[in-house]
Design a protein around this ligand. Structure first.
Ligand code: SAH
Length: 500
């Protein structure tokens, strides 16, 4: 596979500085799956081109598979990977141009910060979705895009087009941004990268896409394809991207740090190798199949547990006499719908960090057809639970149903302050999985959801609840939800906090 990057900035040989690769040298970089070579077919004052050539060694690729991957099949040998492995090209690019991708240039930082006239060419790029897709992905990032379908066989034009395009991008773009665009979008175009997904894939995507993905019109599709169609992970990534907008600028990490880049390369290589090994085990393609999978086909009785949890929350709210309720991290609005169906709840609010979850909630609640009398009781808005927000105040009760475990532990104190310290409703209900019960789920090997940052034992949850209650002036009792196991406790635990 070949990728070329050219510039006509003067002097064009500055490209060598930025890429940290000298134009006079041919340099080779061993990869676990082959060899990457960087050379400059032209290096003049007016125009300079760097080329990255990737030779994939199918045997090395097969050998570099991680332990525990299933038996290899013939597909490792009989496929187009050596010629068109664009996700491996992305991995090699991340490795070879690590510092450039981080946007750093010790001697000439201003050069790294400046958008330059660039041309990028990929003579044969697998592109599921055809040339239009390449346009939809790159044009919003400021690239002029020429994508021509490559014929299956030039001698037989009647055979039609292959799934490859010849891609040429031109634009005035910071080199680091250009490299990050390629790093994320090449595998997205190929749509074949991550059949095996490491848990840090979301972090990598957010790091590489931090400056541009959030506002990209195709962010949902990009995220979904990048994460190998794992819908639950894509949802989390989109939520985190949405949350990026709330972060003050200086808190946004630089696109890639040196250490992170180093770790990333190793992890990426493993992931890519695994991806190859699993390439045949495609994910469900239909929305229904995905919904079923993310609804927890692998999590046993999740559906009925969902219902039991909702009923437990509703009954507790009624017992407490709450008439206004805010559902924090409302997801797709199931509880909000149930609350609205009960007239005693005069005011109902749903808040979530994910705009996509809210869009789905609005659709499921049939917001556009809701009678005014009901619509007037409802407020649905986007927000992050880790930032103080006046809109969270003024409700009798707040519910955090299966939400705390989605928050990174270092951010949990911020959530506590926002909910118990600032919004300070009379009652707070918090439900969360009881990790002890997980052994009862046959299919489960880790936590109950790929986005869970932790799950608590009964003792851990009780200790957390008692600490928070003590600190913010609440009393708390913990109730079981779902059929308890005599040794392991209930599947879900619910803390009922009442303000002193
Ligand atoms: N309460 C719903 C959804 C649980 S899934 C239910 O029980 O069905 C967790 C939800 O929390 C997701 O919708 C996610 O977008 C949301 N979430 C995660 N972190 C958040 C944060 N910091 N602020 C607000 N919502 C958050």
């Amino acid at each position: 596979m070949l990728l070329t990057i050219s510039t006509t900035a003067r002097p064009a040989t500055d490209l060598g500085f930025l890429l940290h690769k000298h134009p006079d040298k041919v340099q080779r970089f061993g990869q676990s799956f082959g060899e990457a070579t960087v050379f400059y077919p032209e290096a003049g004052e007016q125009r300079c081109t760097a080329a990255l050539l990737l030779d994939i060694d199918p045997v090395a690729l097969a050998r570099s598979r991680g332990k525990g991957s299933p038996d290899f099949s013939l597909s490792q040998y009989v496929n187009d990977r050596p010629y068109a492995a664009s996700s491996l090209l992305a991995v090699a690019l991340a490795d070879v141009f690590r510092t450039a991708r981080a946007g750093r240039c010790a001697s000439r930082q201003e050069l790294a910060d400046t958008p330059l006239p660039l041309e990028i060419r990929l003579p044969a790029l697998p592109c599921r979705g055809g040339p239009e897709l390449a346009e939809r992905l790159f044009a919003p990032l400021g690239w002029r895009v020429e994508a021509q379908p490559v014929l299956l066989d030039e001698g037989f034009p009647e055979w039609g087009e292959s799934r490859y395009v010849r891609l040429a991008l031109s634009g005035t773009v910071r080199l680091a941004d250009a490299l990050n665009h390629l790093y994320v979008l090449l595998p997205v175009l190929d749509d074949g990268k991550h059949y095996w997904i490491a848990s840090d894939e979301i972090d990598k995507l957010i790091r590489a896409g931090g400056g541009w993905l959030r506002d990209h019109p195709e962010r949902t599709m990009i995220t979904r394809r990048y994460l190998g169609r794992r819908w639950a992970m894509a949802r989390t990534a989109l939520a985190r991207l949405a949350e990026l907008g709330d972060e003050p600028e200086e808190r946004l990490a630089p696109a890639v740090s040196e250490e992170a880049a180093a770790e990333e390369t190793a992890a990426d290589e493993a992931a890519a190798a695994e991806a190859e090994a699993h390439a045949e085990a495609a994910e469900p393609e239909t929305a229904e199949a995905e919904a079923a999978a993310s609804e927890g086909a692998g999590v046993g009785k999740r559906k009925s547990l969902n219902l039991q949890r909702r009923i437990a929350v509703l009954e507790t709210l009624e017992e407490l006499g709450a008439t206004s309720v805010i559902d924090l991290g409302c997801g797709q609005g199931e509880l909000v719908g149930a609350l609205l169906a009960r007239p005693r709840f005069a005011r109902v609010a749903g808040m979530d960090v994910s705009s996509m979850a809210l869009t789905i909630a609005a659709r499921k609640l049939k917001l556009d057809r809701m009678p005014d009398s009901k619509r007037d009781r409802l407020t649905l808005f986007q927000g992050a639970l880790t930032y103080t927000d006046k809109r969270l105040s003024g409700y009798d009760a707040a519910v955090l149903m299966e939400v705390v475990e989605h928050v990174d532990p270092p951010r949990l104190a911020a959530l506590e302050q926002v909910v118990f310290g600032h919004a300070r409703p009379g009652h707070v209900l918090v439900t969360t999985p009881n990790i002890e019960y997980n052994v009862r789920y046959d299919f489960l090997t880790g936590l109950r959801h790929p986005d869970h940052r932790f799950e608590w034992t009964r003792a851990e949850f009780e200790a957390w609840a008692a600490r928070v209650a003590g600190r913010y002036g609440y009393r708390v009792s913990v109730k079981p939800v779902g059929e308890p196991d005599p040794d392991l406790g209930p599947p879900t635990q619910m803390g009922v906090f009442v303000r002193d």
